[in-house]
Structures are given as C-alpha cells and as structure tokens.
Design a protein around this ligand. Structure first.
Ligand SMILES: Nc1ncnc2c1ncn2[C@@H]1O[C@H](COP(=O)(O)OP(=O)(O)O)[C@@H](O)[C@H]1O
Ligand SMILES: [Mg+2]
Length: 235
C-alpha cells in the first residue's frame, strides 16, 4: 500500500479548472518529485492534497485514511508536513518559537524530532535561535520552514520549490539535508527546478503538464529519455 495516494484530482480556482485528473503516489521511505514548467499545476496539486484547496473530484489517502477536502490542520495532524512555496514561517516569532509552535509526535515516532536534533541538522538555526524569523536570510528561513515541518514528526514531508531563490552554497546545504532525511527513511515529495540534484535524490518522478500527469518513472528511466525533460520541463 502506498503511504500517500492521490487519484484523479480535479481542482478549480473559482470557475477556472486547473487540475484535470492528476494522480501520483508515494511509498513509505520513498522520495518522489513533481516536475513541470511553471504554471502547470504542481503547487495546486500540493495544495489539493494538504487541504489548502478542496478538490472538486478525486481521492487523497494517507496510509489508507481519506483526506480529500479535509482542512489543513486536519491533514497536518494526519501526518503531512508542508514546506510551502515562499516558506511562510511565522515572521514575528523567534526561530525557537517557530519550531515549537506546532511541534507534536502524534504518530508516536520512536525517535521524534526535537529542538536539539533540528539544531544538529541546521547549526545555523541554533545561532539564530532568538532572532525573529523576519530577520533571517532566505536560506535560513527555508531551514526554519523545514525544521518546523519536521517538528510535527510527519509521515510525509512535502517541499514546494525546495531551493528557489537561494544562493548556491545554501542550496547545497538543503540538498545535503534532504539526502540525510532520505537516508533516515523519511518519505518526501520534492518540487524544484534543479533536475541534477532531483535525479540523484529521488526514487521516482511524475511529470505534470497542463493539469495532467503525463509520465511517471524512476530516475534511471528519466535519464534514458532526455526528450521528456526537454519537452515538459524545458531542459
Ligand atoms: N490563486 C489562483 N487563482 C487563480 N489561478 C491560479 C491561482 N494560483 C495558480 N493559478 C493558476 O493555476 C495554474 C497552475 O498554477 P500552479 O499550480 O501554481 O503551477 P506550478 O506550481 O506548476 O508553477 C496556473 O495557470 C496559474 O495561473
Ligand atoms: Mg509552484
């Protein structure tokens, strides 16, 4: 059974339909990407599975539990941790307050994330512990957004535009962090524009175009078909 299974998702913004039957799944311990040019529906799909938008049709199941149309706090409690596009940390809370604000271990993970473990993963956050989030750099805010999501001890972590707008050195730090999380068995959905790191990190990929899932396969299969990346991702 898949950890997350989204089937035939159709989502609209008002009268304008954007998703026309999107499907993807993530198995336990697996890293999956959503690939596609801007405006193809990746973020809308993420919003549709995390409760920020209610799909008008389709099913979302996490470990067999139906989540379609449930509000974001319900989806978070069920075990999906989101690092949204644009990060969205609480600007007027300190780093430490951001990390503890939504912390929980609802699924009784045997080795739950703690402040110490987050600071071990991102030593820079310890140095900035008492700073307000609005005073952090973009890279530090992304580390904080990842740390905050991990502190909910999610079963599945979703990162929408994992390294967008970040300097190369910080990007590398984020990719290293994601590789560590994968090695520790965390299931993830990662969206990003850097195909090299994605091919190395992920097990499987879903290519989306115009609100539909056009192709899915492993990193090896995708490497063998460069025309797919050229056509659908613009590489
Ligand atoms: N809040 C919104 N209201 C109306 N249309 C939107 C909104 N957000 C996104 N869209 C449209 O939905 C489509 C998919 O966008 P999005 O899911 O953000 O794509 P991606 O994440 O792949 O870049 C685009 O055509 C975009 O213009
Ligand atoms: Mg997007």
């Amino acid at each position: 059974m898949s950890l997350l299974e989204a089937r035939d998702i159709e989502t609209c913004y008002g009268a304008s339909q954007v998703l026309f039957g999107m499907s993807f799944d993530v198995k336990a311990g697996e890293v999956v990407t959503l690939l596609g040019r801007n405006g193809m529906g990746k973020s809308t799909l993420v919003k549709s599975v995390t409760g920020l938008l209610a799909p008008r049709r389709g099913t979302v199941r996490l470990a067999g539990v139906d989540l379609a149309g449930r509000p974001p706090h319900h989806v978070a409690r069920a075990g999906i941790g989101l690092v949204p596009e644009g990060r969205r940390v609480f600007p007027n809370l300190s780093v430490r307050e951001n990390l503890v604000a939504t912390a929980a271990n609802r699924h009784a993970q045997p080795q739950p994330w703690t402040l110490e473990r987050i600071y071990g993963l991102f030593p820079r956050l310890r140095e900035r512990e008492r700073n307000l989030a609005c005073n952090l750099s973009g890279g530090e805010q992304q580390m904080l957004a990842i740390g905050r999501a991990l502190m909910t001890n999610p079963r599945l972590l979703i990162l929408d535009e994992a390294t967008e707008g970040l300097a190369p050195l910080i990007r590398r730090e984020i990719w290293n962090c994601l590789a560590q999380l994968k090695a520790a068995g965390h299931a993830m959905v990662v969206i990003d524009k850097n195909i090299g790191p994605l091919l190395r990190l992920a097990d499987r990929h879903f290519i989306v175009a115009k609100g539909r899932t056009m192709w899915s396969g492993t990193s090896a299969q995708l490497r063998a078909e460069p025309a797919l990346l050229h056509t659908y991702v613009g590489l």
